[in-house]
Design a protein around this ligand. Structure first.
Ligand code: MG
Length: 334
């Protein structure tokens, strides 16, 4: 194959991946500079998006800004189990300021303290380097007890584990699922629903005889014949009563998967969603959010969190505002 034909082939495969995410016919790229503001939309923000911008100046004022944009609720990142703080602010005080600004807090992202340590909404590895194996199941699950206690006191409904550990074998994946399941039992006893948030790695497959996982690409797709998909192993080895899943639209597409197909096939497992595009919601035209939202609502779910990476850009508050303008202008957002 010469270079020109190779590029042509690659381009067609890329388009195929985008078509997969669009599920049905592609919607035209939406404009974000619309001035429609429907204050009735029930939509949230994962505060990881804002990085330090959330804490610049006055936290209460920044919460008010988010509420004025139209956000009704937030999902936490940056809770510290050792100090019971969020982004360095006392948890009770943080919640009071959010609530006073009209923002509910239904959910919080927390890495298992026995596996990773969390710093101001970012994941940093502890001494274990995130490597997980069967011998760690109970220690890691037990490390969630204090997390459950602190979050129950604040009336948080969901605590979500945001990150996969390093897993080398299919048995490591099953052991990781067992840890999630045990953790879910701890949260359930505290009146909290535990969840798991994926990236693209969970759409990789564990190939027999190969250490670690293999990610599909547009040029090298993988099938069930190559080995089981990590996401299927996690869902099939956890009890729906103990562990729900938070879909991330961007990472699903990066894993060469269609969010709508997963929402249909795993309707009883996916309860929360990170609404994520390449940057500002709606700008890329690559995500058919209409189809995704309609299926998400049809499954009986309600919590949708805007998320944007590149948290040190210095432009996150503007990007969040532009994203909310897009959301407010969509008739299919409830
Ligand atoms: Mg996410």
């Amino acid at each position: 194959m010469d270079r020109r034909n190779f590029l042509k082939g690659a381009s067609m495969l890329s388009l195929g991946a985008l078509a997969a995410c669009n599920n049905e016919k592609a919607a035209p790229a939406p404009a974000v500079n619309v001035e429609v503001n429907n204050p009735d939309k029930y939509f949230g923000l994962q505060i990881y998006t804002l990085g330090n911008e959330l804490y610049a100046g006055n936290l209460a004022d920044n919460f008010k800004k988010l509420h004025d944009m139209g956000f009704k609720y937030i999902e936490l990142a940056g809770y510290d189990v050792n100090t019971n703080t969020v982004g360095g602010v006392d948890f009770t005080e943080f919640k009071k300021q959010a609530n006073d600004a009209g923002l509910e807090i239904p959910s919080s992202h927390v890495n298992a303290p026995g596996l990773f340590s969390g710093v101001a909404g970012r994941e940093s590895r502890d001494g274990s380097d995130g490597q997980f194996n069967r011998s760690m199941i109970n220690k890691v699950a037990d490390s969630f007890k204090k997390v459950a206690e602190d979050h129950a006191k604040q009336g948080i409904q969901y605590v979500v584990h945001p990150m996969m550990a390093y897993l080398n074998t299919e048995d490591d994946v099953k052991a990781f699922a067992e840890m999630l399941n045990k953790s879910g039992e701890i949260f359930k006893a505290a009146g909290i629903q535990f969840g798991y948030h994926h990236h693209n790695m969970e759409f990789a497959r564990m190939v027999k005889g190969v250490k670690g996982f293999r990610l599909p690409t547009v040029l090298t797709p993988l099938t069930a014949a190559d080995g089981p998909m990590i996401m299927d192993l996690l869902m099939d080895n956890t009890d729906p009563a103990n562990v729900c899943y938070e879909m991330d639209t961007y990472w699903t597409v990066m894993g060469q998967q269609d969010p709508v197909v997963w929402l249909k096939n795993r309707a009883n497992r996916i309860k929360l969603m990170h609404v994520k595009d390449f940057v500002v919601l709606g700008d890329s035209g690559a995500m058919n959010f209409k189809n995704i939202f309609e299926q998400f609502y049809a499954n009986g779910n309600k919590y949708l969190f805007c998320e944007i990476e590149d948290i040190d850009s210095g432009k996150q508050m503007q990007r969040v505002e532009a994203s909310m303008k897009f959301i407010n202008a969509q008739p299919w957002v409830k």
